[in-house]
Design a protein around this ligand. Structure first.
Ligand code: SF4
Length: 933
């Protein structure tokens, strides 16, 4: 440690710290503008000048290293004079639009006011347009730019987008987004980081600007919560005014995302107040008419009813079906959008109240193969490491089947920075040239559906060169010999033929991945949504055992979970084969525990048993509804008509279902086939937890009132359960059997009491800011940032010998193209939320199909022309987007827009035989102009 004096205080600092950092340790505030702790220090604004004994001139505190024995003065008259001069100079060209509003004034104007500085020659005359860029979300007013370059550095050093630059010289110097370009032309991803870091308001969220022009109310508040979109789980503050969300802001102190967010998190919350929200329960008219016999063909119009009528009808009909056809005639679809507490209750409803394991959710459609494959190899199906750990400690990254910068954008930006700032070696493998490919040391464009061959080929080369970690394999793994025998057949020549990746690239990739340790593997649905999804995951699990990358910082297997709480929904047992914490429904010890805790006493004296046979998956339940063996479905917060493959078939199945209860924010394609529609609460209107992709359990908090009669979903589920128990004349008797929860925290306490991996998770700990990543095995346990340290969850890791198998449907003469599917940056999932955010819709207004220049030439298409894509199952219409992101012979579509614009009209419902996940990523398709040009 070094000792020095600041304003008469002796301060001890670590060698290498700056004077600014030294002063902060003594709680001495030195004003700054161009400095921000997240960004490189440039020392250009000179507001942080201090006097140091022995120096003739003042020194910038942000860039001057503290030295032993220094005597520093931070507030002498001379220093104050210098700061005033700096501020006055900056004011020369600055026009203040927050004057007289101290509550909303910029960081810059706060210092101006603090030092009592005024305009030397009256208020500056604007030199530029007050709104010089057409970006729909960010307002650019260069009259407020002081050239501190915080926006430039935020864009470069955090987002990795390099949009902003300084152009010209001297007084003509100004901020530009590429020469003659708009922000969007220059590659802006609309994350808003530049505005978040701007200390003056030159770059400003349009939403904040609008609000800052109106006076604040006494009820204004900032509510810290968790993003409702992707599995990164970013934290932000909902800015609430007059009971409405008016903006989103972030805190530099947040450990997960700091000031960063992506466009959806920062600007995508207008859906909360959208007039389309369901505000009252509704039932179909036929349900209000005294009648008997099967459901009429015409269900009649929707009739608004009160909660007790809707819940009574729903519970009576579900109970009737159970009485007539047994518990397994009902199916329950939980929701990755809802809280863990709500998902826990849905599976409790299915198992305790109804007595079926027919409970599943959309994890089946995104990461079922991850959960299955990793459980087989390691004993746990979750991401092994943490996002911050991977970004900070990996020496190499293998990103395969993940469009990280669009689907998990804040983590994608962290990966870009790992490459830029730490020179981490990046291998990207994807049939589609995703954004991270531009940062890759090597980009492998393999054919869709050839992942096993590709990874086997890489591992073949690893063994050929003796690059494997034999000590790790010997000490911690089984099954290596059979695995090695299988790999022998995956020679580079054969793999090149199957995958289309040249042999030389296979060698280069293998060398990078094997010789840079630790190496982290990252994947998403490009790996999982195949009929070989489990094999794909097993291959990656094999790779990480082969290279000794498990149980260490910077390594691991890192499947990126899609929706905000898909991890939590899985953890809570919203799956047909496991209860909360992945406790098997077939395990007698688990059965005994839950049977005791959840027991109900029946009026007729019948004893209650936990159902012990695994239930049906999402895809199987929908199919069973079509065939009549499932008569009733309860669906929470999902839209299977838009998200499941082969939507025409799904529609027929829902048409055939006898009784459907749907609990949702908005009417959807699925609600056309519902009998009871219960309005759901958005993430901003209720409390609970989401568990993000790296197993981090985080709170959401109620920030605004719900519209109309909407109430938190956990209350609705509890109400339904109580009514169903009453219909069955059953009373709770077990210690966790009841349904009278005080709040979401009480539900989490019940979860903790029954779930070993959540045993120490309580809302109170989360309120105190504890970072809890499961397993959290007791109340003092700090959580587990890295899994499989020292040993695997199953004991020894298990290699699996897996072979390449072709996709279920390959191109032929009639369907000569491969169609692959995914999502785009500006929309989310089936688009129910993002299509109700006007700015996002403006940025991406309709469905696009990506096609290569070859396809354009062959069919004589023009960019932007409407095209029809046809498969054996249906058609979609979309605009053609000609791009090199897809290779010749491959086209790409999305499911963000409903009806004829939805790619799921076309996708193949062929399933992975073990995980039952559909093959969304490959099917055979035909492309033609929808209106010939
Ligand atoms: Fe939300 Fe994900 Fe964007 Fe973060 S990266 S703001 S969690 S959508």
């Amino acid at each position: 440690m070094l000792t020095l004096s600041i304003d008469g205080h002796l301060v001890e600092v670590i060698p290498g710290q700056t004077i600014l950092e030294a002063a902060a340790t003594a709680s001495i505030v030195i004003p700054t503008l161009c400095y921000h702790p997240d960004l490189s220090a440039v020392g250009t604004c000179r507001l942080c000048l201090v006097q140091v004994d022995g120096w003739l001139h003042e020194l910038p505190a942000c860039t001057t290293k503290a030295e032993a024995g220094m005597v520093i003065h931070t507030a002498t008259d001379a220093v104050v004079r210098s700061r005033k001069f700096v501020l006055q100079s900056l004011l020369l060209h600055y026009t203040d639009e927050t004057a007289g509003q101290p509550a909303v004034e910029s960081e810059f104007m706060r210092w101006v006011r603090h030092y009592g500085v005024g305009y030397a020659d009256g208020v500056a005359r604007p030199r530029y347009s007050e709104d010089s860029d057409p970006h729909p979300l960010i307002r650019v007013n260069l009259n407020q730019c002081i050239m501190c370059t915080r926006c430039v550095r935020a864009c470069d050093e955090i987002q990795g987008c390099f949009v902003w630059k300084l152009s010209a010289r001297g007084v003509e110097t100004k901020l530009v987004a590429g020469v003659g370009q708009t922000m969007l032309d220059a590659g802006c991803e609309s994350c808003g980081a530049c505005a978040a870091y701007c200390p003056t308001g030159a770059l400003r969220d349009r939403s904040l600007l609008e609000q800052d022009r109106t006076p604040r109310q006494a009820s204004d508040r900032f509510v810290r919560t968790t993003c409702a979109y992707c599995g990164v789980g970013c934290q932000f503050d909902l800015n609430v005014r007059n009971d409405r969300i008016v903006a989103v802001t972030t805190s530099a102190a947040d450990t997960l995302n700091g000031l960063s967010l992506c466009v959806k998190g920062r600007y995508g919350n207008d859906f909360v107040h959208h007039p389309d929200r369901l505000t009252k329960p509704r039932v179909r008219q036929y349900l209000l008419v005294e009648r008997s016999g099967p459901r009429p063909q015409d269900r009649g119009p929707w009739i608004d009813v009160d909660w007790s009528t809707a819940v009574e009808i729903a519970s009576r009909k579900l109970s009737e079906i159970k009485r007539e056809s047994g518990a397994d005639a009902l199916g329950f679809l939980a929701s990755a959008k809802c809280t863990s507490e709500e998902n826990y209750l849905v599976q409790k409803l299915a198992r305790q109240v109804v007595g079926t394991n027919n409970i599943d959710h959309c994890a089946r459609l995104c990461h079922a193969s991850t959960v299955t494959g990793l459980s087989m190899a390691y004993g746990s199906g979750a991401m092994s490491n943490s996002m911050d750990d991977v970004a900070a400690n990996a020496q190499a990254l293998f990103v395969i089947g993940s469009n990280t910068t669009e689907q998990h954008p804040v983590f994608g930006a962290m990966l870009r920075q790992a490459v830029i700032a730490r020179q981490v070696k990046l291998v990207v493998a994807d049939p589609r040239r995703v954004g991270l490919s531009d940062f890759a040391t090597i980009y492998l464009r393999h054919r869709p559906g050839t992942d096993v061959a590709l990874v086997n080929g890489i591992m073949h080369i690893v063994l050929e060169n003796g690059w494997q970690d034999q000590a790790f394999i010997d000490n911690r793994c089984d099954g290596f010999d059979d695995f090695r025998t299988t790999l022998a057949g995956y020679t580079p020549a054969r793999v090149a033929e199957i995958s289309g990746v040249p042999e030389a690239q296979l060698y280069s990739a293998a060398k990078i991945l094997a010789t840079n340790h630790p190496m982290a593997v990252i994947w998403a649905m490009g790996i999982t949504q195949h009929t070989t999804g489990v094999f794909n995951v097993l291959s990656l699990a094999n790779l990480q055992m082969l290279l000794g990358n498990m149980g260490i910082a910077g390594g691991g297997v890192n499947p990126l979970r899609g929706q905000n709480n898909v991890q939590g929904a899985c953890d809570m047992g919203a799956l047909p084969n496991v209860l909360s914490g992945y406790q098997s429904v077939t395990d007698p010890v688990v059965q005994a525990k839950f049977s005791t805790a959840w027991a109900v006493e029946k009026h007729n004296g019948a004893s209650w048993h936990l159902p012990s046979r695994p239930g049906l998956t999402v895809t199987e339940m929908v199919e069973a509804a079509g065939q009549g063996s499932i008569r009733g479905l309860y669906v929470l917060g999902e839209n299977p008509l838009a998200t499941d493959p082969d939507s025409n078939h799904v529609r027929r199945c829902f048409e055939a279902a006898e009784f459907v209860v749907l609990q949702e924010l908005f009417a959807s394609d699925t609600s056309l086939y519902a009998d009871v529609l219960l309005p759901g609460a958005s993430f901003a209107e209720k409390a609970g937890t989401f568990t993000n992709t790296d197993r981090r359990i985080q709170l959401i908090r109620s920030a605004v009132s719900s519209p109309g009669e909407v109430r938190p979903d956990w209350q609705t589920i509890s109400d339904l359960a109580r009514h169903m128990l009453a219909h069955q004349e059953a009373q709770p008797v077990g210690h966790c059997a009841g349904w009278d929860y005080r709040d979401a925290a009480a539900i989490m306490d019940e979860i903790a009491s029954l779930t070993p991996s959540y045993a120490g998770v309580h809302h109170e700990r989360l309120e105190h800011g504890e970072r809890l990543q499961w397993p959290v095995i007791h109340d003092e346990h700090p959580g587990t940032p890295i899994l499989h340290v020292g040993h695997f969850t199953r004991g020894r890791g298990l290699f699996h010998a897996v072979d390449h198998l072709p996709p279920a449907e390959l191109p032929n003469q009639d369907y000569p193209l491969v169609l692959t599917t995914g999502r785009v940056l500006y929309h989310w999932h089936a688009g129910e939320m993002t299509r109700r955010v006007p700015a996002l819709l403006r940025l991406h207004p309709q469905s696009l199909v990506e096609i290569s220049a070859d396809e354009r030439e062959k069919l004589g298409l023009t960019d932007g022309q409407m095209v029809r894509v046809t498969t054996r199952r249906g058609q979609m219409l979309a605009r053609a987007f000609v791009t090199d992101r897809v290779p010749s012979g491959v086209i790409f579509g999305t499911f963000h827009f409903p009806g004829e614009q939805n790619v799921n009209n076309l996708t193949n419902a062929a399933l992975d035989p073990t995980a039952k996940i559909p093959e969304y990523k490959v099917c055979a398709a035909r492309l033609e102009a929808s209106v010939p040009s």
